[in-house]
Write a protein that binds this ligand. Structure first.
Ligand SMILES: [Zn+2]
Length: 464
Protein backbone atom coordinates (compact mmCIF):
# COMPACT_ATOMS: atom_id res chain seq x y z
CA UNK A 1 0.00 0.00 0.00
CA UNK A 2 2.79 2.37 0.86
CA UNK A 3 4.50 2.01 -2.50
CA UNK A 4 1.21 2.53 -4.36
CA UNK A 5 0.41 5.76 -2.59
CA UNK A 6 3.99 6.98 -3.07
CA UNK A 7 3.72 6.37 -6.80
CA UNK A 8 0.45 8.26 -7.03
CA UNK A 9 1.98 11.09 -5.13
CA UNK A 10 4.94 11.16 -7.49
CA UNK A 11 2.68 11.30 -10.53
CA UNK A 12 0.62 14.03 -8.91
CA UNK A 13 3.83 15.80 -7.97
CA UNK A 14 5.06 15.86 -11.56
CA UNK A 15 1.67 17.02 -12.77
CA UNK A 16 1.54 19.85 -10.22
CA UNK A 17 5.02 21.03 -10.92
CA UNK A 18 4.25 21.13 -14.61
CA UNK A 19 0.82 22.62 -14.20
CA UNK A 20 2.13 25.53 -12.19
CA UNK A 21 5.24 25.87 -14.23
CA UNK A 22 3.75 28.26 -16.76
CA UNK A 23 3.07 25.97 -19.72
CA UNK A 24 1.43 27.84 -22.55
CA UNK A 25 -2.16 26.96 -23.40
CA UNK A 26 -1.21 24.96 -26.53
CA UNK A 27 1.08 22.65 -24.64
CA UNK A 28 -0.54 19.54 -23.25
CA UNK A 29 0.43 18.69 -19.70
CA UNK A 30 2.68 15.73 -19.05
CA UNK A 31 0.93 12.44 -18.67
CA UNK A 32 1.69 8.81 -18.11
CA UNK A 33 2.88 7.17 -21.29
CA UNK A 34 0.19 5.57 -23.42
CA UNK A 35 0.87 2.72 -25.87
CA UNK A 36 1.72 3.78 -29.42
CA UNK A 37 -1.01 4.11 -32.06
CA UNK A 38 -2.22 0.98 -33.83
CA UNK A 39 -1.27 0.75 -37.51
CA UNK A 40 -3.97 -1.30 -39.24
CA UNK A 41 -1.55 -2.39 -41.96
CA UNK A 42 0.77 -3.88 -39.36
CA UNK A 43 -2.11 -5.62 -37.55
CA UNK A 44 -3.24 -7.18 -40.82
CA UNK A 45 0.29 -8.33 -41.66
CA UNK A 46 0.68 -9.98 -38.24
CA UNK A 47 -2.40 -12.11 -38.91
CA UNK A 48 -0.59 -13.54 -41.96
CA UNK A 49 2.14 -15.14 -39.82
CA UNK A 50 1.37 -18.80 -40.27
CA UNK A 51 1.86 -21.75 -37.91
CA UNK A 52 1.90 -24.04 -40.95
CA UNK A 53 4.73 -22.07 -42.58
CA UNK A 54 6.72 -21.93 -39.34
CA UNK A 55 6.26 -25.65 -38.80
CA UNK A 56 7.20 -26.51 -42.39
CA UNK A 57 10.34 -24.34 -42.20
CA UNK A 58 11.54 -25.80 -38.91
CA UNK A 59 10.88 -29.37 -40.08
CA UNK A 60 12.64 -28.65 -43.37
CA UNK A 61 15.73 -27.26 -41.61
CA UNK A 62 15.81 -30.25 -39.25
CA UNK A 63 15.55 -32.58 -42.28
CA UNK A 64 19.07 -31.65 -43.45
CA UNK A 65 20.32 -34.05 -40.76
CA UNK A 66 23.12 -31.80 -39.56
CA UNK A 67 23.68 -28.12 -40.20
CA UNK A 68 27.02 -28.04 -38.43
CA UNK A 69 29.01 -25.16 -39.89
CA UNK A 70 31.89 -27.54 -40.55
CA UNK A 71 29.67 -30.21 -42.18
CA UNK A 72 29.70 -30.90 -45.91
CA UNK A 73 28.78 -28.18 -48.37
CA UNK A 74 30.07 -29.66 -51.64
CA UNK A 75 27.67 -30.11 -54.61
CA UNK A 76 27.17 -33.81 -53.86
CA UNK A 77 26.11 -33.10 -50.26
CA UNK A 78 23.85 -30.29 -51.42
CA UNK A 79 22.23 -32.64 -53.97
CA UNK A 80 21.82 -35.29 -51.27
CA UNK A 81 20.11 -32.75 -48.99
CA UNK A 82 22.45 -33.22 -46.04
CA UNK A 83 24.68 -30.69 -44.32
CA UNK A 84 25.05 -26.95 -43.91
CA UNK A 85 25.40 -26.34 -47.67
CA UNK A 86 22.02 -27.90 -48.44
CA UNK A 87 20.40 -25.83 -45.70
CA UNK A 88 22.01 -22.65 -47.05
CA UNK A 89 20.78 -23.34 -50.61
CA UNK A 90 17.26 -24.03 -49.36
CA UNK A 91 17.14 -20.75 -47.38
CA UNK A 92 18.32 -18.84 -50.45
CA UNK A 93 15.62 -20.46 -52.58
CA UNK A 94 12.97 -19.76 -49.93
CA UNK A 95 13.84 -16.03 -49.76
CA UNK A 96 13.81 -16.09 -53.58
CA UNK A 97 10.29 -17.53 -53.58
CA UNK A 98 9.03 -14.79 -51.25
CA UNK A 99 10.61 -12.25 -53.55
CA UNK A 100 8.81 -13.68 -56.57
CA UNK A 101 5.53 -13.39 -54.66
CA UNK A 102 6.13 -9.65 -54.15
CA UNK A 103 7.28 -8.83 -57.67
CA UNK A 104 10.99 -9.05 -56.88
CA UNK A 105 10.78 -6.75 -53.84
CA UNK A 106 13.48 -8.66 -51.94
CA UNK A 107 17.11 -8.66 -52.88
CA UNK A 108 18.48 -12.07 -51.87
CA UNK A 109 22.18 -11.97 -51.00
CA UNK A 110 24.94 -14.00 -49.45
CA UNK A 111 27.89 -12.92 -47.33
CA UNK A 112 30.61 -15.57 -47.72
CA UNK A 113 34.07 -15.58 -46.20
CA UNK A 114 36.81 -17.98 -45.21
CA UNK A 115 37.17 -18.44 -41.48
CA UNK A 116 40.69 -19.51 -40.52
CA UNK A 117 41.18 -22.59 -38.35
CA UNK A 118 40.46 -22.16 -34.64
CA UNK A 119 39.67 -24.23 -31.57
CA UNK A 120 36.25 -25.24 -32.91
CA UNK A 121 37.24 -25.04 -36.60
CA UNK A 122 39.80 -27.78 -37.46
CA UNK A 123 40.69 -26.28 -40.83
CA UNK A 124 39.87 -23.06 -42.71
CA UNK A 125 36.25 -23.17 -43.82
CA UNK A 126 33.89 -21.14 -45.93
CA UNK A 127 31.01 -19.69 -43.93
CA UNK A 128 27.98 -18.14 -45.65
CA UNK A 129 25.32 -15.85 -44.22
CA UNK A 130 22.13 -15.63 -46.27
CA UNK A 131 19.92 -12.56 -46.19
CA UNK A 132 17.12 -10.72 -47.95
CA UNK A 133 16.82 -6.95 -48.18
CA UNK A 134 13.46 -5.17 -48.31
CA UNK A 135 14.65 -1.77 -49.43
CA UNK A 136 13.01 1.29 -47.91
CA UNK A 137 10.74 3.20 -50.29
CA UNK A 138 11.62 6.67 -49.01
CA UNK A 139 14.88 7.78 -50.55
CA UNK A 140 15.75 9.87 -47.48
CA UNK A 141 15.08 6.97 -45.11
CA UNK A 142 16.16 3.92 -47.14
CA UNK A 143 19.64 3.97 -45.59
CA UNK A 144 18.14 3.35 -42.17
CA UNK A 145 18.15 -0.39 -41.46
CA UNK A 146 16.33 -2.62 -38.99
CA UNK A 147 17.40 -6.23 -38.95
CA UNK A 148 16.13 -9.60 -37.73
CA UNK A 149 18.41 -12.62 -37.47
CA UNK A 150 18.60 -16.26 -36.40
CA UNK A 151 21.38 -18.81 -36.89
CA UNK A 152 20.80 -21.70 -39.28
CA UNK A 153 23.78 -23.79 -38.15
CA UNK A 154 23.33 -26.49 -35.50
CA UNK A 155 25.41 -28.82 -33.31
CA UNK A 156 25.11 -31.98 -31.26
CA UNK A 157 27.04 -33.15 -28.17
CA UNK A 158 30.37 -32.96 -30.00
CA UNK A 159 31.08 -29.52 -31.48
CA UNK A 160 33.47 -31.14 -33.97
CA UNK A 161 31.03 -33.85 -35.18
CA UNK A 162 30.35 -33.16 -38.87
CA UNK A 163 28.38 -36.33 -39.68
CA UNK A 164 26.05 -37.22 -36.81
CA UNK A 165 22.52 -35.88 -36.60
CA UNK A 166 22.13 -32.38 -35.19
CA UNK A 167 18.50 -31.46 -36.00
CA UNK A 168 18.69 -28.11 -34.19
CA UNK A 169 14.93 -27.58 -34.35
CA UNK A 170 14.81 -25.15 -31.43
CA UNK A 171 18.49 -24.09 -31.59
CA UNK A 172 18.12 -22.47 -33.94
CA UNK A 173 15.80 -23.48 -36.76
CA UNK A 174 13.18 -21.65 -34.69
CA UNK A 175 15.12 -18.37 -34.98
CA UNK A 176 15.85 -18.87 -38.69
CA UNK A 177 12.13 -19.59 -39.19
CA UNK A 178 11.28 -16.28 -37.49
CA UNK A 179 13.57 -14.44 -39.90
CA UNK A 180 12.07 -16.27 -42.90
CA UNK A 181 8.46 -15.77 -41.85
CA UNK A 182 9.01 -12.07 -41.12
CA UNK A 183 10.42 -11.78 -44.67
CA UNK A 184 7.44 -13.56 -46.22
CA UNK A 185 4.86 -11.48 -44.37
CA UNK A 186 6.50 -8.04 -44.33
CA UNK A 187 7.60 -8.20 -47.98
CA UNK A 188 3.92 -7.75 -48.84
CA UNK A 189 4.12 -4.22 -47.37
CA UNK A 190 6.23 -1.17 -48.12
CA UNK A 191 8.18 0.76 -45.50
CA UNK A 192 10.12 4.01 -45.68
CA UNK A 193 13.18 2.41 -44.02
CA UNK A 194 14.97 -0.81 -45.01
CA UNK A 195 14.46 -4.19 -43.33
CA UNK A 196 17.09 -6.95 -43.55
CA UNK A 197 16.10 -10.57 -42.87
CA UNK A 198 19.27 -12.42 -41.98
CA UNK A 199 20.22 -16.01 -41.24
CA UNK A 200 23.81 -16.62 -40.15
CA UNK A 201 26.05 -19.66 -39.77
CA UNK A 202 29.01 -20.28 -37.48
CA UNK A 203 27.13 -19.35 -34.30
CA UNK A 204 27.97 -22.58 -32.52
CA UNK A 205 31.56 -22.48 -33.74
CA UNK A 206 32.12 -19.01 -32.25
CA UNK A 207 29.61 -16.43 -33.54
CA UNK A 208 31.68 -16.32 -36.74
CA UNK A 209 28.88 -15.47 -39.17
CA UNK A 210 27.36 -12.65 -37.15
CA UNK A 211 30.81 -11.30 -36.33
CA UNK A 212 31.65 -11.03 -40.03
CA UNK A 213 28.29 -9.54 -40.96
CA UNK A 214 28.28 -6.93 -38.17
CA UNK A 215 31.91 -5.97 -38.80
CA UNK A 216 31.22 -5.55 -42.52
CA UNK A 217 28.12 -3.46 -41.75
CA UNK A 218 30.24 -1.20 -39.55
CA UNK A 219 33.01 -0.92 -42.15
CA UNK A 220 30.48 -0.03 -44.86
CA UNK A 221 28.96 2.62 -42.59
CA UNK A 222 25.52 1.03 -42.53
CA UNK A 223 23.03 2.83 -40.33
CA UNK A 224 21.65 -0.19 -38.45
CA UNK A 225 19.16 1.18 -35.91
CA UNK A 226 18.09 -2.12 -34.39
CA UNK A 227 18.96 -5.82 -34.44
CA UNK A 228 16.56 -8.53 -33.22
CA UNK A 229 18.33 -11.83 -32.64
CA UNK A 230 16.14 -14.90 -32.18
CA UNK A 231 17.95 -17.89 -30.72
CA UNK A 232 16.04 -20.76 -29.06
CA UNK A 233 12.53 -19.38 -29.48
CA UNK A 234 10.88 -22.80 -29.89
CA UNK A 235 8.98 -22.76 -26.59
CA UNK A 236 10.18 -26.24 -25.61
CA UNK A 237 7.15 -28.18 -24.41
CA UNK A 238 8.43 -29.02 -20.93
CA UNK A 239 5.95 -28.94 -18.05
CA UNK A 240 7.57 -25.87 -16.50
CA UNK A 241 7.52 -23.80 -19.70
CA UNK A 242 5.66 -20.47 -19.60
CA UNK A 243 4.32 -20.04 -23.13
CA UNK A 244 3.06 -16.54 -22.37
CA UNK A 245 6.56 -15.09 -22.02
CA UNK A 246 9.65 -14.63 -24.17
CA UNK A 247 12.84 -13.30 -22.64
CA UNK A 248 14.48 -10.27 -24.24
CA UNK A 249 18.10 -9.86 -23.18
CA UNK A 250 19.89 -6.53 -23.60
CA UNK A 251 23.32 -5.26 -22.65
CA UNK A 252 23.76 -2.51 -20.06
CA UNK A 253 27.17 -0.91 -20.50
CA UNK A 254 27.65 -0.88 -24.28
CA UNK A 255 30.39 -3.25 -25.41
CA UNK A 256 31.58 -0.59 -27.86
CA UNK A 257 31.74 2.28 -25.33
CA UNK A 258 35.08 4.08 -25.07
CA UNK A 259 36.76 4.70 -21.70
CA UNK A 260 35.56 8.28 -21.86
CA UNK A 261 31.99 7.20 -22.53
CA UNK A 262 32.09 4.72 -19.67
CA UNK A 263 33.33 7.49 -17.39
CA UNK A 264 30.36 9.64 -18.40
CA UNK A 265 27.91 6.75 -17.98
CA UNK A 266 29.30 6.08 -14.50
CA UNK A 267 29.02 9.74 -13.53
CA UNK A 268 25.46 10.22 -14.70
CA UNK A 269 23.88 6.86 -13.86
CA UNK A 270 23.51 5.83 -17.48
CA UNK A 271 24.19 2.14 -16.91
CA UNK A 272 20.61 1.29 -17.78
CA UNK A 273 20.31 3.36 -20.95
CA UNK A 274 22.29 1.71 -23.74
CA UNK A 275 20.77 1.74 -27.22
CA UNK A 276 20.00 -1.94 -26.71
CA UNK A 277 17.98 -1.13 -23.56
CA UNK A 278 15.99 1.47 -25.52
CA UNK A 279 15.29 -1.21 -28.11
CA UNK A 280 14.18 -3.69 -25.41
CA UNK A 281 11.80 -1.05 -23.99
CA UNK A 282 10.53 -0.35 -27.51
CA UNK A 283 9.67 -4.05 -27.89
CA UNK A 284 7.70 -3.86 -24.62
CA UNK A 285 5.90 -0.80 -26.00
CA UNK A 286 5.05 -2.68 -29.22
CA UNK A 287 3.72 -5.64 -27.21
CA UNK A 288 1.17 -3.38 -25.49
CA UNK A 289 -0.27 -2.32 -28.85
CA UNK A 290 -0.31 -5.51 -30.88
CA UNK A 291 -1.68 -8.57 -29.12
CA UNK A 292 0.78 -11.10 -30.49
CA UNK A 293 0.12 -13.88 -27.97
CA UNK A 294 3.37 -13.58 -26.03
CA UNK A 295 4.76 -10.89 -23.72
CA UNK A 296 8.41 -9.85 -23.62
CA UNK A 297 10.08 -10.36 -20.27
CA UNK A 298 12.89 -7.81 -20.32
CA UNK A 299 16.09 -9.16 -18.81
CA UNK A 300 18.60 -6.39 -18.22
CA UNK A 301 21.66 -8.56 -18.88
CA UNK A 302 23.60 -9.26 -22.08
CA UNK A 303 22.72 -12.96 -22.15
CA UNK A 304 22.21 -16.01 -19.95
CA UNK A 305 25.03 -17.08 -17.60
CA UNK A 306 28.05 -18.36 -19.53
CA UNK A 307 26.14 -18.30 -22.81
CA UNK A 308 26.57 -16.09 -25.84
CA UNK A 309 24.69 -15.13 -28.94
CA UNK A 310 24.82 -13.29 -32.25
CA UNK A 311 23.38 -10.03 -30.84
CA UNK A 312 26.70 -9.52 -29.01
CA UNK A 313 28.53 -9.40 -32.38
CA UNK A 314 26.38 -6.41 -33.29
CA UNK A 315 26.80 -4.84 -29.84
CA UNK A 316 30.56 -5.02 -30.29
CA UNK A 317 30.27 -2.91 -33.42
CA UNK A 318 28.16 -0.34 -31.56
CA UNK A 319 24.71 -1.38 -32.82
CA UNK A 320 21.62 -1.72 -30.62
CA UNK A 321 20.84 -5.44 -30.52
CA UNK A 322 18.80 -7.74 -28.29
CA UNK A 323 18.26 -11.47 -27.94
CA UNK A 324 14.89 -13.27 -27.82
CA UNK A 325 14.93 -16.66 -26.06
CA UNK A 326 12.09 -18.85 -24.76
CA UNK A 327 11.21 -18.48 -21.07
CA UNK A 328 12.63 -21.83 -19.96
CA UNK A 329 15.21 -23.88 -21.81
CA UNK A 330 15.36 -27.67 -21.64
CA UNK A 331 19.02 -28.66 -21.76
CA UNK A 332 18.15 -32.24 -22.69
CA UNK A 333 17.03 -30.80 -26.01
CA UNK A 334 20.02 -28.56 -26.79
CA UNK A 335 23.50 -29.47 -28.03
CA UNK A 336 22.74 -33.17 -27.48
CA UNK A 337 23.06 -36.27 -29.63
CA UNK A 338 19.63 -37.67 -30.43
CA UNK A 339 19.18 -40.66 -28.08
CA UNK A 340 17.18 -42.08 -25.19
CA UNK A 341 18.98 -42.73 -21.92
CA UNK A 342 17.35 -43.88 -18.67
CA UNK A 343 14.01 -43.04 -20.18
CA UNK A 344 15.03 -39.47 -21.02
CA UNK A 345 14.80 -38.34 -24.64
CA UNK A 346 17.76 -36.20 -25.66
CA UNK A 347 18.15 -34.17 -28.84
CA UNK A 348 16.79 -31.01 -30.45
CA UNK A 349 13.85 -32.49 -32.38
CA UNK A 350 10.89 -30.70 -33.98
CA UNK A 351 8.49 -32.66 -31.77
CA UNK A 352 9.63 -30.67 -28.73
CA UNK A 353 8.91 -27.33 -30.43
CA UNK A 354 5.65 -25.48 -29.81
CA UNK A 355 5.00 -24.05 -33.28
CA UNK A 356 2.27 -21.70 -32.03
CA UNK A 357 4.77 -20.19 -29.60
CA UNK A 358 7.20 -19.54 -32.46
CA UNK A 359 4.33 -17.87 -34.34
CA UNK A 360 3.79 -15.52 -31.39
CA UNK A 361 7.48 -14.66 -31.18
CA UNK A 362 7.56 -14.09 -34.96
CA UNK A 363 4.59 -11.71 -34.62
CA UNK A 364 6.36 -9.74 -31.88
CA UNK A 365 9.45 -9.48 -34.11
CA UNK A 366 7.41 -8.50 -37.17
CA UNK A 367 5.46 -5.87 -35.20
CA UNK A 368 8.72 -4.38 -33.91
CA UNK A 369 10.41 -4.39 -37.32
CA UNK A 370 7.35 -2.88 -39.02
CA UNK A 371 6.91 -0.20 -36.33
CA UNK A 372 10.56 0.84 -36.50
CA UNK A 373 10.70 0.77 -40.32
CA UNK A 374 7.55 2.94 -40.45
CA UNK A 375 8.82 5.42 -37.86
CA UNK A 376 10.88 8.56 -38.35
CA UNK A 377 14.60 8.40 -37.62
CA UNK A 378 15.43 9.19 -33.99
CA UNK A 379 16.23 12.85 -33.35
CA UNK A 380 19.96 13.63 -33.73
CA UNK A 381 22.42 15.20 -31.30
CA UNK A 382 20.13 15.27 -28.32
CA UNK A 383 21.61 17.36 -25.51
CA UNK A 384 20.71 18.40 -22.01
CA UNK A 385 22.01 21.86 -21.11
CA UNK A 386 23.98 21.88 -17.90
CA UNK A 387 25.80 25.23 -18.12
CA UNK A 388 23.69 26.97 -15.49
CA UNK A 389 22.84 25.60 -12.09
CA UNK A 390 19.05 25.53 -12.24
CA UNK A 391 16.15 23.31 -11.34
CA UNK A 392 14.59 23.38 -14.83
CA UNK A 393 15.83 21.09 -17.57
CA UNK A 394 16.38 22.27 -21.14
CA UNK A 395 16.82 19.74 -23.91
CA UNK A 396 17.92 20.51 -27.47
CA UNK A 397 18.13 18.29 -30.52
CA UNK A 398 18.40 18.33 -34.27
CA UNK A 399 15.40 17.42 -36.37
CA UNK A 400 14.93 13.75 -37.14
CA UNK A 401 16.95 13.16 -40.35
CA UNK A 402 14.79 12.17 -43.30
CA UNK A 403 11.98 14.63 -42.71
CA UNK A 404 9.29 12.24 -41.46
CA UNK A 405 8.83 13.60 -37.94
CA UNK A 406 5.62 15.54 -37.30
CA UNK A 407 6.44 16.22 -33.67
CA UNK A 408 8.68 15.32 -30.78
CA UNK A 409 8.05 13.96 -27.32
CA UNK A 410 10.18 14.26 -24.20
CA UNK A 411 10.05 11.14 -22.06
CA UNK A 412 11.26 10.63 -18.54
CA UNK A 413 11.24 8.16 -15.73
CA UNK A 414 12.50 7.89 -12.19
CA UNK A 415 16.13 6.74 -12.07
CA UNK A 416 14.89 3.57 -10.36
CA UNK A 417 12.23 2.73 -12.98
CA UNK A 418 12.86 0.13 -15.68
CA UNK A 419 10.65 1.71 -18.35
CA UNK A 420 9.70 5.21 -19.53
CA UNK A 421 6.90 6.57 -17.37
CA UNK A 422 5.93 10.08 -18.47
CA UNK A 423 5.66 11.96 -21.71
CA UNK A 424 5.45 15.61 -22.67
CA UNK A 425 4.40 16.37 -26.23
CA UNK A 426 6.37 19.41 -27.33
CA UNK A 427 5.31 19.82 -30.96
CA UNK A 428 7.51 20.39 -33.99
CA UNK A 429 10.38 22.04 -32.15
CA UNK A 430 14.02 21.24 -31.39
CA UNK A 431 14.21 22.63 -27.88
CA UNK A 432 12.11 22.18 -24.78
CA UNK A 433 12.33 23.27 -21.15
CA UNK A 434 10.66 21.22 -18.48
CA UNK A 435 10.17 22.37 -14.91
CA UNK A 436 11.67 19.18 -13.63
CA UNK A 437 15.17 18.66 -12.25
CA UNK A 438 17.48 16.67 -14.52
CA UNK A 439 19.20 15.43 -11.36
CA UNK A 440 16.12 13.43 -10.34
CA UNK A 441 15.00 11.71 -13.54
CA UNK A 442 16.28 10.24 -16.79
CA UNK A 443 15.16 12.04 -19.95
CA UNK A 444 14.92 11.01 -23.59
CA UNK A 445 13.50 12.51 -26.79
CA UNK A 446 11.74 10.65 -29.58
CA UNK A 447 10.32 11.62 -32.97
CA UNK A 448 6.73 10.81 -33.91
CA UNK A 449 5.20 10.91 -37.40
CA UNK A 450 1.72 12.07 -38.37
CA UNK A 451 0.30 8.55 -37.95
CA UNK A 452 1.81 8.10 -34.49
CA UNK A 453 4.76 5.85 -35.39
CA UNK A 454 7.45 6.39 -32.75
CA UNK A 455 11.20 6.42 -33.22
CA UNK A 456 13.56 4.86 -30.74
CA UNK A 457 14.11 7.33 -27.88
CA UNK A 458 17.49 9.03 -27.53
CA UNK A 459 18.93 9.84 -24.10
CA UNK A 460 20.62 13.25 -24.14
CA UNK A 461 24.31 13.91 -23.67
CA UNK A 462 25.19 16.67 -21.23
CA UNK A 463 26.25 19.97 -22.82
CA UNK A 464 28.09 22.69 -21.03
ZN1 LIG B 1 21.76 -20.99 -30.63
Amino acid sequence: MISVSKKKFRLAGVWLVLAFGGLSAQEKPASKIEPMAVDGRISAALRQVSAERIRANIEKLASFGTRSTISAQDPAAIAAGRGVGAAREWIKAEFGRYSQECGGCLEVKTDSFTEPGAERIPQPIEITNVYAVLKGTDEKNAKRIVLVTGHYDSRNSDILDVKGDAPGANDDASGAAVSLECARVLSKLKFPATIIFLTVAGEEQGLNGSHHFAKTAKELGWNVEAVLNNDIVGGDKSAEQDHSLVRVFSEGLPAAATEQEIKRIRGLGGENDSGSRQLARYIADVSRVYDVGVKPMLVFRLDRYLRGGDHSSFNQQGFAAVRFTEFREDYHHQHQNVRTENGIEYGDLPKFVDFDYVVHVARLNAATLASLASAPAPPANVHLLTKDLENDSTLTWEASPGGRAAEYEVLWRATTSPEWEYVQKVGSVTRATLQLSKDNVIFAVRAVDAQGHRSLPVVPLPER
